[in-house]
Design a protein around this ligand. Structure first.
Ligand code: AN0
Ligand code: CP
Length: 316
């Protein structure tokens, strides 16, 4: 694995999940692996879980961690051959190479602007760092994907499944703000590699990018989709077709106990942060079906498995 930006970077998913579960059982067993190695994390956007769980994962492996907020006044240039006589102060070529002098692994979070679909889906920041960094780059959520979240979700489903091949439903939910498609894109991308039957449900107009959906069934009737589900993964995203737009905030899509009753004793999942009683009713989030804290816990071991693999490689 050169970089970790999506499921395509994983050579053996069951093996990675197994490693994560072993690390979960013995978190401090490999302290020597990360000794004298530094993880530098750059956050172009805020984070609670990703930041703390990745830091915790690195510490568990004996690494040192440096985190930097890059969300204010850090205007990087990305264009080749740019004449930098306007707002951009530093080219990503130098920035990525310079950070590589201080880091053995670079973590990077960069959300989409949600204005220009083509630009966002080029995943410019992540791609440029992967190109110009001299060390492995780990996505801490890019414009199009959130692979550490998805790996934690795969681990959580593996831990809680009651059937060899559970039914997993990704269900859109309303939200007052326009949110990225990174979490659902990524969830679908990873679930398609996992041993599950995936169904996507959302109002018309919220279709995800076809390259992520592939041949996954899309059912516009939420109740029909939920029937017999073992896991219900709820998430808001803004429209991909009408890029970045909120098309509806229909509370009929909020996850409730009455809807969860349509499932086969289904478990509720969400990546967090979540808007209570907009995305999901308190009764579900506070009830025994909810796996949200277990998911957040698994973020540490997802990150630790990825860091472990990167540190174990020759070039580390
Ligand atoms: C972000 C998103 O939807 O991508 C981060 C989720 C992990 N959510 C919010 O900003 C609320
Ligand atoms: N789920 C998740 O990535 O949360 P943060 O945005 O708090 O990191």
């Amino acid at each position: 694995m050169k970089h970790f930006t999506g499921v395509a970077d994983v050579t053996d998913l069951p093996e990675l999940v197994k490693l994560a579960r072993e690390l979960k059982a013995h978190p401090q067993a490999h302290q020597a692996l990360g000794q004298n190695k530094t993880l530098v994390m750059l956050f172009f956007n805020p984070s609670l879980r990703t930041r703390l769980s990745s830091e915790k994962a690195a510490l568990n492996l004996g690494m040192q961690v440096i985190s930097m907020n890059a969300d204010q006044g850090w205007n990087l240039e990305f264009a080749d051959g740019a004449i930098m006589n306007a707002n951009t102060a530093e080219h990503v070529k130098e920035a990525a190479a310079v950070i590589s002098q201080y880091a053995d692994i670079i973590g990077l979070r960069s959300f989409p602007g949600l204005k220009d679909r083509e630009l966002d889906y080029q995943d410019q920041v992540m791609q440029a760092f992967c190109r110009y960094a001299q060390v492995p780059v780990v996505s801490l959520e890019s414009a199009t994907r959130h692979p550490l979240q998805s790996l934690a979700d795969v681990i959580t489903i593996e831990e809680h499944k009651r059937k060899p091949r559970p039914k997993v439903v990704l269900s859109w939910a309303p939200h007052p703000r326009a949110l990225p498609q990174a979490v659902p894109n990524s969830f679908v991308e990873w679930m398609r590699q996992a041993d599950v039957d995936l169904v996507i449900t959302h109002p018309e107009g919220y279709e995800l990018a076809p390259e992520f959906v592939g041949d996954t069934p899309v059912v516009y009737n939420q109740a029909e989709a939920l029937s017999g589900a073992d896991f219900v993964y709820v998430k808001n995203w803004s429209s991909y077709q009408n890029y970045g737009q909120i098309l509806t905030q229909d509370p009929a899509w909020t996850m409730t106990e009455a809807k969860m009753a349509l499932t086969d004793q289904g478990k509720f999942m969400h990546c967090l942060p979540v808007r209570r009683n907009v995305v999901v009713a308190d009764e579900v989030l506070d009830g025994p079906r909810s796996l949200v804290i277990a998911q957040a816990n698994n973020r540490t071991f997802a990150a630790q498995a990825v860091l472990h693999q990167l540190l174990s490689q020759k070039h580390g």
